[in-house]
Structure formats: C-alpha cells, structure tokens
Design a binder for this molecule. Sequence first.
Ligand code: SAM
Length: 347
Amino acid sequence: MLDTAHRTLVADTFDRPLRNLRLSVTDRCNLRCQYCMPEEEYVWLPREDLLTFEEIRELVNIFSELGIEKVRLTGGEPLLRKDLPTLVSMLADNHLIADLAMTTNGVLLSEQAQALYAAGLHRVTVSLDTLRPERFKRLARRDSHAKVLNGIRAVQRAGFTDLKLDTVLIRGTNDDELIDLIEYGKHVKAEVRFIEYMDVGGATQWSIDKVVSRAEIVQRLEQHYGEIQPIREISSAPAERFLLPDGTAFGIIASTTTPFCRTCDRSRLTADGMWYLCLYAQRGTDLRTPLRAGAARQELKALIASTWQHRQDRGAEKRQELRVRGALIQLEELREDPHLEMHTRGG
Ligand code: SAM
C-alpha cells in the first residue's frame, strides 16, 4: 500500500489500480433493449435492500480514500432513482472524486438535466442506438425515441460539455447507421462511441455473428470518410479514440474482439451494495451487510482493500479464449440471481 496525503492506494495482482467505480443506483429500467433486457418482467432487487443515499455516500467516501477518483452513476436507468440530484450533490462534495459522470438512456433527461448540472454532475453519456423512431421502438420496445433526442438537446442547454453518445452495434439491427450516427454526433456536438455487442449476463440473444468488430467499424467508416487516424493517448478508458479526416473524434469500445482487461481499473457496485470486480464475475462482495451491521469505517476499508488486492479477474479475455462462444448465462440462472444481469451491474 502506498500512502499519499489523502489516500491509501491499492493495486490488484496485475498491478491495476482501484480507480474507477460504476455505481448502479437502481436495477429498474424504463426500456427493454433486446441486447440487455430481452424479457418484459424480471426478478427485481428487494426495495429494502437498496442502499440509501447516506449509505452510498459512506461507501464512496471509503472507496475514494482507497484510490477511486472516477464515479459513474448508472443502472438500470439511473434517472428512475428518486431525487437523483440530491445524491449527485452529496457525491460532488467529495473532493477526491475528480470525475463524476452518468450513463443514461436519456428518456427522462430533458426533465432532469438542469438539476443534475446544478447539483455538480460533470459529464453525461447517453445511450443512443438508432436515429430511427420505428427502429427504436422495435429495439427498446418502448416508444420513447423523441424523448431521448429531446434529452440530448437538454444536456447541452443545461451547460454540460463533453457529451458522449454510446451505440451498441448489432449486425442486421443498426449497423447501417454508422455514418448517420457520426453525422448526428457532429450536429449535437457529441462524441459518438460504438460499443461491440457483448456476451454479458442478460444478453441471452447474443451470438458472435451479430458482433460488428472494431476492425470492421474502422474499415466501413474509412470507406466513407477516407483515412482514419488513431488518437495516441495514455488512458485506462474503455474507448479507443480515432479521428476522421475532418478532425471529428469518435470512439470504439471493443470489449468483445479486443479486450482491455490488462488496464481495467473498473469495478461495479450494485444498488443493493454488492461489489463486483469484473463485468463477467459470477460472485461479488457484499458491502451492505457489514455496513448495516455497523462495521467500523476502518473495517470496511480493510475489506475493500484486501478484496481488490486479491483481484485476478480478466473476464473479457477469458471469454475471448473460448473456442465456442454463446450467451454467458442462461435465462433460468439469471432468474435465480438477478445480480448476474447487466442491468443490475450497470454496464
Ligand atoms: N440505462 C442506462 C443506459 O441505457 O445507458 C445505463 C445502464 S446500461 C446497462 C449501460 C450501458 O450498457 C449502455 O450503454 C448499454 O448500451 C450497455 N449495454 C447493455 N447491454 C450490452 C451488451 N450486451 N453489449 C454491449 N453493451 C451493452
């Protein structure tokens, strides 16, 4: 352990720092995207198990003292959590958190963008898989496309800069919109990031032939725009960034074909306080039980530190090593343990 003025930094068995926390504030969602929540009904986390804002703040404070400096609110759909701006302002008070961001489907954003900005949220990423309302309805099984586009505009109006749009590309579903999405991104001054379709828990309809790889994305964009340059930068961010000839930047998150486990400093806290060290991990560490049992701060800190120091996960690389690859977890098993779902882990 290395002591600095404010923190005790910890590293895992591959010397990866504890730096990035994805904080799911609810497992509920107001969309049913086919690649994430293909069922209509789910087994939801019991409400009484959800961490209160005070509990979340306490855990984030402890995490930040161990090196977490980036926190991303996610879900389910984070904007479904009541009074989210209150939580944002509680977390924004922590000066060790240099980057406080949120990933949202945007449906409720036009109502909340202003309050989130005022509360101290730094950045917003909106998931946007299609520009076509009818396609959105088929893919997300809700008729909310116009609301999402309004939400995107509201982000800019509220004063946020650094808006990102995340698109999960699925062959035969929306991969004909690569260029349209880049052009839309230019129009709304947002950086578009294409995410390879991942075989995570919940993606029960996944198959390798539906994955549009990083290489294919670059090749198809080059055919249209001309030569694409990679942006050389040292970063543990999941997206590799590129420049089009006109200077437009975009990103690709290639977790399926080009995993980046070696630099992965991310972990995930579910809304009920289970802490997962990898998106693909089958087991997590329960932080809610000791917290509610009145464990001392130092005890929780020691639990988190030693769990991280034993971390060996490299889930995406292990998936890539498989010769035959299908859905990660079958539906029956997901129903028995909702923690295995992507919408519980927060993506
Ligand atoms: N509801 C919010 C949203 O839509 O952004 C936050 C939660 S969502 C689970 C977080 C991210 O995970 C989204 O960008 C979503 O597209 C991504 N995601 C979900 N399932 C995925 C899959 N099978 N492959 C790749 N990305 C996926």
